[in-house]
Structures are given as C-alpha cells and as structure tokens.
Design a protein around this ligand. Sequence first.
Ligand code: N01
Length: 495
Amino acid sequence: MDAISQIDDAGATAAVRPLRAAVIGAGMAGVLAAIKLRERGIDCVVFEKGDRVGGTWRENDYPGLTCDVAAHWYTYSFARNPEWDRLMARGPEIRAYFERAARDHGVLPLIRFGEEVVRLAYDGERWQLDTAAGHRDSFDVVIAATGVLHHPNIPHFAGIESFAGASFHSTRWDHAVALDGRRIGVIGVGSTAAQLATALVPRAERFQLFQRTAQWVIPRPNTPYSEAERERFRADPAALEALVQELRAKTLEGYAAAVIDVDSPELAEIDRMCREHLATVRDPDLRRRLTPDYRPACKRLVISDDFYAAIQQPNAELVTAPIERIEPQGVRTADGALHELDVLVLATGFQVDRFIRPAKVLGRGGVDLDDVWDDGPKAYLSVTVPDFPNFFLLNGPNSPVGNFSLVEVAERQTNYLMQLIDGLRRGDYREVSASREALQRFEAERREAAKKTVWVTGCASWYLDKNGVPASWTFSFERFAQEMAAPKLADFETR
Ligand code: N01
C-alpha cells in the first residue's frame, strides 16, 4: 500500500486551474473520492440518491449481512480501524465505519442527499448535470462511484403478484415483516442466500431454500477479536498494519492467483477445501443435490462455515425442483408440490452491467454512453471511456471483483484518477480521456487473458457478460496495482 500514499504526496502540486468536481454516489468509493478531492482543495459536490452514506452497506440490511472479506483489509489505508469485532464484520459495523470516515474527513457537508443524477452532458467545456429533483449544475470533472452490486435482479416468477404473504428482494428488506416462527422461503443460493439461511433457520418455523444451481462453499471461521487484541491494535498502529498486510497477502496469493489460472496449485487447493467441506454434509441425497456440476470458484465462492450446518437443521429444506409459479399460499414447483410460505425473499442477485446508468450520459459531440456500451460496458483500465473527457469511474467495468477488498481497488483507482486530475489543475491539458486505440488494445488483451480464468470453465455467473466473456479484471492483482501506479499519458487523448 506504500505506492498509494506516495502518490498522495505527489498530488500537492501548484494548481493553476480551479476545478469543480461532481462525485456521484456516497458509498465507500464516493466518500473516498470526496476525501481525496477535498485534500487537494478541489471544490466538490457529492450527489447521493439515498438519505445516508454507505452505498451497498446502506442498501443491504438483511438479517445475517456480513462482509466475507477480512474487515481489517476492508478499510481505507489512511483510516485503519482497530475496533473490528471479528475477522469478517457484520453489515451495520461496516456502515458505521464508512459513516464515521465521511464525518471525520469533512465529507458530510459536501453531500446532497436525496439527489439522483439523471443526466450528464458534456458541452465541450464542462459537464452539465441534472438531478431528478430538478437541480442543475455544471462541473469540470465527474467521478461516477455508483457501485456494481446495486440494481437488484428481480426475475419475473409467474403469479408473484398473487402471493398472499410478504415478498421482497434481499436488498429491499421489509423490516416490518415478522420472521420469528414463520414459514420463510428464499430463492437463490448465492452469498446473500447463504447468509440468510444461517441467520433465519434458527428463527423460522420452517425455512426453504429454492436452488436452481448448486454453489461451492468454502469454509472460513469468523473468529472474534478479543478486547486485548483490539487494545494492542489501538496502541500499536504498526501491528495493525502488519495484520492488514498479512490478511491481504493471504487472499492475493491464494484466491486472486487461483481464479486467473485454471492450472494453478492455488485453484487445486480451493477445489480440495470446497470438496472436503461438502463431504461434511451427512445425508448423501442432500450432499448430491448440493454438489455443483462445475469447478469451484467458477461462480463467486460462497464463504461460510455454517451454511451446511444451517441447511441440515430439521426445520430447513433444500428445494431443487424448478419453480413453476408462485401461488397465493406459496411456491409451486415442477414436481407438483406446493411449498406454503408466509415470507418469500428473492436473493436473486444484481444486474451488474448498469454502473452509472440509468442516468443518461452524453459525451463529446453528444455520443451516448448507452450506445457506446451497447455490447457491454467497457472502460480503459476500468476508469475512463474514450470520448467522455474528464469523466471517470470507480469500481467501473472490468474492475477487479471477487473475494477481495473493493476498498483497496477503489483507493488505487482514486489515486490514479487524482494524477489525471492534477494534470487538469496544472493546465497540462483541459480534457483527458482514454484513446480508442488504448481501450481496444486493453480490451483485446483482457479477453485473451480471460481464456485462462476459472470463470469460463462451464458455469453461468454474474462475472460473465451477455456474450459469455468475463466482465471483470482478468489479469493478476499485481498488474492492477502496477497499472494504477501512474497513468501512461500516451494512452490518453488530451486537448
Ligand atoms: O447473488 P448471486 P447474491 N430462478 O448472483 C438465483 C456480493 N455479496 O446476492 O446460479 C431461480 O450470487 C441464482 O441461481 P443461478 C458477492 O459479490 C457479498 O447472493 O443463476 N433462481 C443464484 O443462486 C456476491 O457474489 C457478500 O442458477 C434464480 C442466486 O439467485 C454478490 O453480492 C454478501 C433466478 C443469485 O446469486 C451477489 O450475491 C452477499 C431465477 N429466475 C453478497 N434468478 C459479502 O459477504 C437468479 N437466481 C461481501
């Protein structure tokens, strides 16, 4: 992480051009962008459609919500947190961390809550921005920090409108609905559903999990930190940083190396751990139905050491017959069975190709981002799109995703962007965006690298775009860090 702080220091250059920046989204990445802009003295407004900070950690508040990335690594490098309760923190604790970071770094007064950006248009000089509430403003720079797992995927199940109980997507949790002693059904078996199962089986009278495709589950004990450990981290920031780096190295050397090389020993080890874990399921028929027909890590791994225990409880049931329709009493499956329910949760994931959209984004000469991304979202090194000058994305298309810290990803991207923005301030150029050639070259290389990844070994997942090509970073994490260290200006069109 040293490279990140060095770049920060380099940002303290004499500015000749005063800039105004708009940041869209006050989640983890938007708060970070605002902190870094503010450090440079750049006038900045954050537009947030919700009513509080937190992004994914505001939107998701389902029972059992836990981040399956080690909490100490899931922090800003400049705001480590000695207080984490356990290895993988629960949702409310993470939300509180980002709220605190926003407050402590003076970001809260910069945020316009309840303001959804609906249109951005480049007029040849500046970005004209419109919000749904009718606010209009103009900016030199726009940073879209709108998240990836944001727009819920809500499949249409025939008859869903007729359901007499309560039904909602996992990211739209209705806390007015009672759960204790009820008959609860969850559709989907991703990370969300696994956490829901663990939290709700002990509370439900009956819990049914509707599985279309089995998932590999890798165990990881969620060890609590003792008060003595927290005291040591408070007293000794170097010990805390050493822990962060240890947790980080473990993931990067294991998981990150595994997913980009199907022949790697790291993937073989993940394979072994998942199969060994599955073998702990006692009933052979349940074990068979929980066994995926594709390689571990092809879909994003579910990290849990209590999901199998939950689904084996006497009041829990794995339903693998396909869903035929929803009826007033519950879910009718293709084998004719009616599964009667009081509460039906759709843990059916997200539409991951939206990014800043549905906002209309019009670049140079009125070029429409919807048209440019017609065949799938693309951005040079995930952060800039040709013909959209001074418009940048955090955790944008083809960013590293998976079981590692998106906070570090966003931080490296932010520092890269700040260097481009410093060029605007110094007057090196008035406009900067990736060249078309650079994006084409990057995309061709990315697709070539994709052929060696585990994501193309025969499963459907949200990692793949509509053409079946992985939509994520297909290179090593080291390469990501190197690319983000400093922009290669030859790959940019500047004016
Ligand atoms: O969603 P998913 P998620 N009929 O897309 C099923 C992050 N996350 O919300 O595999 C029946 O993984 C679908 O079935 P199939 C994390 O990055 C992180 O669980 O398509 N089923 C699948 O089982 C994660 O990967 C944490 O056949 C349907 C499920 O719904 C990402 O969010 C915690 C269906 C969707 O699984 C998304 O996870 C939680 C249909 N029509 C989430 N449509 C952390 O701890 C979909 N499904 C960091």
